[in-house]
Design a protein around this ligand. Structure first.
Ligand code: NAI
Length: 340
């Protein structure tokens, strides 16, 4: 285990004194899979987040190097690296937020569901440890297929008697990030000002961007343009997988998206009002038990799962079309958790 604290420069002392004031609580964030393609840049971005006071980096290999490297950055948080299952408990203890990008990514020609057999087992064992060592933490699930890994986590937590549906999140923020970027390009508006809800799930047609609710309105887009934008958002992951040609899937944009979502969770925990992000959570807004939609975050995690709002006819069709695939992915996850 490598552990280090930022101590020497006077600026880091100032930073630490400022943030140890009563207004910014201590928060421990743990990244599971921290030495991976997503894990490393995500560790960097979480190290830059002033809301984090302790950053625990866990992986089955390579974490001492990542932790030593990131720990030299002169920001508030203390960084510790943990490697191997025997250190997992120490990594998790006292965590407020656990982010999980552990598992294998896609290669060209693979769907997210093709990852199921490997990643389902990894997620199950990591969630078993979360139930034991930090049952109150908010869990941000990045490992694919998210449509199934979130139901697996829920089942593991139910069996352990620790399940709180307010604290389990499938990270779909990258779909929102892509929808915003692609919309901004077409509508000729600034990407940083755009808002687009993305609902449903996190794979292929289950990703349903609601461009009819996009703001700012910008130039009016034709039906064909909306169809093309929808398809590009749904296939955004595959676009990256193909461009990387066998070297994995989105890592940098995913790390950004994961950092945005974790920051929102931390703000919610700290009582900042009106923190709303899309996430794949336990839900009653459709007949499906898990569904991505806008969620208001608060001191206990999910404060409110927000409804879908008015949909265009095209979006209504997309919603009906995605339900059977999402339902079977959820059932597959539940079955795996209860059989293995
Ligand atoms: P990667 O292979 O580069 O890194 C994965 C890391 O997980 C490796 O460092 C590996 O050692 C670690 N790992 C494996 N088993 C572990 C275990 N039992 N405990 C802790 N760590 C373990 O993969 P990458 O590109 O970082 O992707 C990770 C996951 O994120 C994949 O499942 C991928 O499909 C998913 N993903 C999700 C996205 C989303 O939007 N939710 C977007 C992009 C990828």
């Amino acid at each position: 285990r490598s552990s280090s604290t930022c101590t020497s420069s006077s600026s880091s002392h100032l930073v630490r004194r400022f943030y140890s004031s009563e207004t910014t609580p201590e928060r421990k964030v743990t990244v599971l899979g921290a030495a991976g393609g997503i894990g490393q840049p995500l560790a960097l971005l979480m190290k830059l987040n002033p809301l984090v006071s302790r950053l625990a980096l866990y992986d089955i290999a390579g974490t001492p190097g990542v932790a030593a490297d990131v720990s030299h950055i002169n920001t508030r948080s203390e960084v510790s690296g943990y490697m191997g299952e025997e250190q997992l408990g120490h990594a998790l203890e006292g965590s407020d937020v656990v982010i999980i990008p552990a598992g294998v990514p896609r290669k060209p020609g693979m769907t997210r569901d093709d990852l199921f057999n490997i990643n389902a087992g990894i997620v199950k064992s990591l969630c078993t440890a979360i139930a034991k060592y930090c049952p109150n933490a908010l869990v941000n699930m990045i490992s694919n297929p998210v449509n199934s890994t979130v139901p697996i986590a829920a089942e593991v937590f139910k069996k352990a008697g620790t399940y709180d549906e307010k604290k389990l999140f499938g990270v779909t923020t990258l779909d929102v990030v892509r929808a915003k970027t692609f919309f901004a390009g077409k509508a000729k508006v600034s990407p940083s000002e755009v808002n687009v809800p993305v609902v449903g799930g996190h794979a292929g047609i289950t990703i349903l961007p609601l461009f009819s609710q996009a703001t700012p309105k910008g130039s009016n887009l034709s039906d064909e343009e909306i169809v093309a934008l929808t398809k590009r958002t749904q296939d955004g992951g595959t676009e990256v997988v193909e461009a990387k040609a066998g070297k994995g899937s989105a890592t940098l944009s995913m790390a950004y998206a994961g950092a945005v979502f974790a920051d929102a969770c931390l703000k919610g925990l700290n009582g900042v009002p009106d923190i709303v992000e899309c996430s794949y959570v336990q839900s009653t807004i459709t007949e499906l038990p898990f569904f991505a939609s806008k969620v208001r975050l608060g001191k206990n995690g999910v404060e409110e799962v927000l409804g879908l709002g008015p949909l265009s006819d095209y979006e209504k069709e997309g919603l009906e079309r995605l339900k059977s695939e999402l339902k079977s992915s959820i059932e597959k996850g539940i079955k795996f958790a209860n059989q293995n």
